[in-house]
Design a binder for this molecule. Sequence first.
Ligand SMILES: Nc1ncnc2c1ncn2[C@@H]1O[C@H](COP(=O)(O)OP(=O)(O)OP(=O)(O)O)[C@@H](O)[C@H]1O
Length: 324
Amino acid sequence: MEAVLEIAGLQKTYRSRKGVRRALDGFDMVVEAGQVHGFLGPNGSGKTTTLRTLLGLIRPNGGRMAILGREVPEHLPAVAGQVGAIVESPQFFGNFTAWDTLSLLADAGGVRRQRVEAVLELVGLRDRGKDRVRTYSLGMKQRLAVASALLKEPKLLILDEPANGLDPGGIREMRTLMRTLSESGMTVLLSSHILGEIQLICDSVTIIAAGKRVATGSVADVLASHASSSVRVRLEPGIDLLGAAEILRAKGAQVDLGTDFFTVGNANNPAQITRILAESQIYVSELTPASADLESVFLELTGTAPVDGQNRQVDQVAAAGWGQ
Ligand SMILES: Nc1ncnc2c1ncn2[C@@H]1O[C@H](COP(=O)(O)OP(=O)(O)OP(=O)(O)O)[C@@H](O)[C@H]1O
């Protein structure tokens, strides 16, 4: 398959009065043609930095990037016409209508005016296209942003959090839109925190944590490769679940409490669970592999699963191994 986007060993360091912050630390990503590719990572992990670097908005400190086979930022002018992007919410003039806004952008970009009608229809704004943007809801502004990125019929569409502010119906429509675009041959790179959506929409994913890639592949492969590391534990009736969970957490396990069971997220060696609990005279009655969803895989890989009684700080990534 042809790669529409390739990033290898990307480095970005921000310098400020307070010191140096390494936002990207040798980050890699490949997006194949025709895919809807999810780009996932916790707050502050480097997603926006990656996208801004890719679009030539900030300068990397090292590594290489190519879009549609051309090295960027050197050849960005040659490929820019084939890339549509929304990175950070774009600002629109409140007194303009969506139609005015898109017509202006179409004229500036040498795009046919008929395309304005077509993109308004695509994003579901046809009937509100002649209203002023200041009367729009957050979700409607988001749809307008997507419309503006679609104007030039890009080969690669990059969307940073496109479902931000959309209602459930809007999220579902965005999902259908992504599918339609992908079926028309467009490649879509989608950053989102709505992991259920990513699991439904995307063919493949890249997960970033602390500026490094921690997983990549088809959604099915990423789920399958982590399916065995999460287990569901039931204890003998009457045993204090919370107390048992605390004992495991004290050994570094990621434990999520259910009603009459708990799930251990990073259980690479399930025998450890029975051994640690048995040492406290707590006996396991059932231990089964939990079917992984993208959210639990994400929490495990990025070390960001919530821990009761702790307020996780951004940049705080938990250690992957435990119980040693
Ligand atoms: N202009 C800047 N100056 C200094 N540090 C920055 C700057 N921009 C980003 N950073 C830092 O770089 C790291 C990565 O930030 P980035 O915005 O790329 O994360 P993100 O994955 O997009 O997060 P989010 O999900 O919250 O949008 C963070 O620690 C952030 O504070």
